[in-house]
Design a protein around this ligand. Structure first.
Ligand SMILES: C[S@@+](CC[C@H](N)C(=O)[O-])C[C@H]1O[C@@H](n2cnc3c(N)ncnc32)[C@H](O)[C@@H]1O
Length: 405
């Protein structure tokens, strides 16, 4: 007899499917989440074990092996006709019988398809065949997987407590290294390049805080912009090579004021043809006082999540002297963890942080503590359907306490 829980998820799936057909934001992510709920409600424990401890690890291992042999690229290039598995196995130097077994598992996992005696690419496998995703597979398999595998031993060894330094976590045990994560990536090429590819692909296809319906850019930033207070509309602090600001400028054509991008010297130096960019790119260390005074807003995308509370507070403290009371806004584009309904996107990022960097994703209460502790006040938190990241809008807490600008 069908279980009640599964039946109600199925009803929900039908209505969410309808929303998806009509292009409702967040409906795609909801469908994925409901499908996971459905599986969790239907699977018996042995099926759960077989899927999560055998099928999924084997799938990721096969995909890692496929990177070295360019299997997904070859299948993509073959187009809809697909490839004969025996011919492909011979071409890449893999025993045909072994190759067919490995590929059969990828078919079972819906990464590839098989028909008319040929293996065929899918939309998913073609996406994964792109260079950034191939490098992301290498990063996830070579670096993060050993760290996650090491959670039980590491936490047992340290007495089941969170790491207190940046070089004594599951990652350090897994790689027998005293180096902090980024130092190790830099010292062990091509891991830092693979990580950069992972970061680029992580953002692709996800909503931006300045998209229509997320944060009301027009009402909160553009209206009320006053060039006599400061010439900048928006300063992106730690904005990398400017991917967010390039998209902001494209989406909000005709915006008033300047857009300023700040990052470390080495990152800013990598930007090609700075003059043709829709932003002013400058080197700035966010542990020093903010030099752009009286901007309408300062955005920090995934900046504070890289740091512990003490460092996060210092970054905010260094912004404060530049803020015009009642005018300048601080926009923190970050994951806000929900205790009641944690999403896989949010908790898996938190596990990544726990395993590798000794930092954490924060709940709303935790964010309020760090923001208010730095003398700012949360005005509002904007969420967007299907987005793991929210936009926390803050400003100086006490106008009188702010220095004159
Ligand atoms: C997680 S990345 C986020 C990049 C971008 N905001 C995004 O969301 O894609 C963190 C950024 O902080 C920059 N960063 C690290 N330390 C910095 C410092 N002391 N001053 C300025 N930028 C820094 C890094 O170079 C990197 O671009």
């Amino acid at each position: 007899m069908a279980n009640q829980h599964a039946s109600s998820i199925l009803e929900n799936l039908a209505s969410t499917g309808n929303a998806y057909v009509h292009g409702q934001p967040g409906s795609r992510e909801n469908l994925i989440e409901l499908s996971r709920q459905l599986i969790a409600s239907l699977e018996i424990p042995s099926e759960f074990l077989q899927r999560s401890f055998w099928a999924e690890p084997a799938m990721s291992a096969h995909l890692r092996l496929a990177v070295d042999l360019n299997i997904l690229g070859l299948l993509r290039d073959a187009g809809p006709d697909g490839l004969d598995p025996e011919a492909l196995a011979e071409k890449i130097g893999v025993q045909a019988s072994l190759f067919k077994r490995l590929m059969r598992h990828l078919v079972a996992m819906h990464v590839l398809t098989y028909s008319d005696g040929k293996i065929h690419a899918t939309t998913l496998s073609n996406g994964l065949a792109a260079e950034d995703y191939q490098r992301s597979i290498m990063f996830c398999y070579d670096v993060t997987r050993p760290s996650f595998n090491n959670f039980p031993d590491h936490f047992k060894r340290v007495g089941f407590v969170e790491p207190t330094t940046t070089n004594d976590g599951p990652f350090n045990d897994a790689f027998s290294t005293p180096l902090p994560f980024f130092d190790w990536l830099n010292a062990n090429p091509p891991n830092i390049q693979n990580f950069a590819s992972f970061m680029a692909s992580y953002r692709a296809g996800k909503p931006n805080w300045f998209d229509e319906g997320f944060y009301p850019v027009k009402e909160r930033l553009i209206e009320g912009f006053d060039a006599s207070i400061g010439s900048a509309l928006l300063v992106d602090v730690g904005g990398g090579r400017g991917h967010d600001m390039a998209m902001f400028a494209a989406e909000h054509k005709g915006h008033p004021g300047d857009i300023v991008l700040q990052d470390q010297e080495a990152v800013i130096g990598e930007i090609q043809d700075k003059k043709s960019q829709p932003f002013i790119a400058t080197a700035h260390d966010f542990y020093t006082p903010q030099p752009v005074i009286g901007a309408r807003a300062y955005s920090l995308h995934s900046i504070l999540h890289d740091w512990d509370d003490e460092h996060g507070s210092r970054i905010l403290e260094n912004l404060k002297p530049a803020l015009k009371p009642g005018y300048s806004r601080v926009l923190l584009n970050e994951i806000v963890l929900s205790e009641e309904e944690p999403t896989l996107a949010a908790t898996s990022m938190d596990m990544m942080m726990l395993g590798h960097l000794n930092v954490r994703e924060r709940t709303e209460a935790h964010w309020r503590t760090i923001i208010e502790g730095a003398g700012l006040r949360v005005i509002n938190i904007y969420r967007y359907p299907g987005s793991a990241e929210s936009l926390i809008e803050a400003e100086l807490a006490e106008a009188v306490a702010a220095p004159k600008i």
